[in-house]
Write a protein that binds this ligand. Structure first.
Ligand code: UTP
Length: 288
């Protein structure tokens, strides 16, 4: 079984739910407390042993790539002002030379199309996908949990969580076979089913480990829900070809592509910070 060393970060979406903030700025650069969403995702992947990172970018997304570059002038100024803590923080951000690739998705034709755009990077290797707008707070990084499950089962593993049945039409939903409470066998996948048609209320979140075979299915460019090339539809075709499991990960997911989820993430992550939690708790009293 090939080790998991590659991750793809699709960041070419339009972010329409966040207009006007995302008119000229990438959704993935929105900060939760003081870190942009993309950095949470890259840090999570690095913590899971990922060594090669591919960002699928689009128009107006250059700041995302620049965020991981060395900022010589800024570092020189910080050094001159003895801002050592800030300098150390920037150093931690630095990625090994050559570890970040970018590919362009010229038109936002869907998540599946974005992944297909990274096909040369993926080659024949297994790869993780992290959607930066899904932010996961957990003890063990979510991608590490998936990598551990992949090392047990091989094939494809997707992170899953229970959602209210009324909300199945927002997510990719699993049809499940055996279930040991942690790992579930995936028998089918449906993108955004109506509550009455949903085979379960287990939904896929934006964390996946897939084998390269999915690219062949994506290359047919079949349109699915919303007339987009859906990753879920291509993954569904992998069932039966390779082992396919859902992992009930430990942790809490915040949907930061949605305004309420984003606000909740701000509060939850601020309350985890010893330097901020007392002040945040204090001001929250005024709003309850
Ligand atoms: P979303 O469904 O959140 O779409 O994409 P979006 O365009 O980013 O946001 P809204 O719904 O218009 O507000 C999920 C992930 O897939 C990427 C997005 O960047 C996001 O990380 N994506 C989506 C692409 O890279 N390309 C696409 O064509 C669509």
């Amino acid at each position: 079984m090939k080790p998991l060393r590659k991750a793809v970060f699709p960041v070419a979406g339009l972010g329409t739910r966040f207009l006007p903030a995302t008119k000229a700025m990438a959704k993935e650069m929105l900060p939760v407390v003081d870190k942009p969403l993309i950095q949470y995702a890259v840090d999570e992947a690095r913590a899971a042993g990922i060594q090669q990172f591919c960002m699928v970018t689009g128009r107006g997304k250059t700041a995302i790539v620049e965020h991981f570059d060395i900022a010589y002038e800024l570092e020189a100024t910080l050094r001159a002002r003895s801002k050592n803590a800030e300098l150390a923080m920037l150093r931690e951000l630095q990625m090994p030379p050559g570890s970040i690739s970018t590919v362009r998705q010229q038109e936002p034709l869907g998540l599946g199309h974005a992944i297909w755009c990274a096909r040369a990077f993926i080659g024949d290797d297994p790869f993780a996908i992290l959607l930066p707008d899904d932010l996961v707070m957990s003890n063990v990084p979510c991608t590490q949990q998936l990598a551990d499950a992949y090392n047990e089962t091989g094939g494809c593993v997707v992170a899953v969580t229970e959602v209210p049945r009324a909300q199945t039409n927002r997510y990719g939903i699993l049809d499940i076979g055996s279930d040991d409470g942690r790992l579930v066998e995936v028998r089918g996948l449906v993108e955004k089913p109506k509550p009455e048609d949903a085979p379960s209320n287990l939904s896929i979140i934006g964390r996946y480990v897939l084998t390269s075979g999915v690219i062949e299915h994506l290359s047919r460019m079949e349109r699915g829900a919303g007339n987009e090339v859906q990753l879920t539809d291509a993954m569904a075709k992998m069932i039966g070809q390779v082992p396919f499991h859902g992992l009930r990960y430990e942790g809490r997911r915040f949907d930061c592509g949605d305004k309420i989820g984003f606000l909740e993430a701000q509060i939850a992550f601020a309350l985890k910070r010893p330097d901020m939690a007392p002040a945040v708790r204090e001001f929250l009293k005024h709003y309850t």
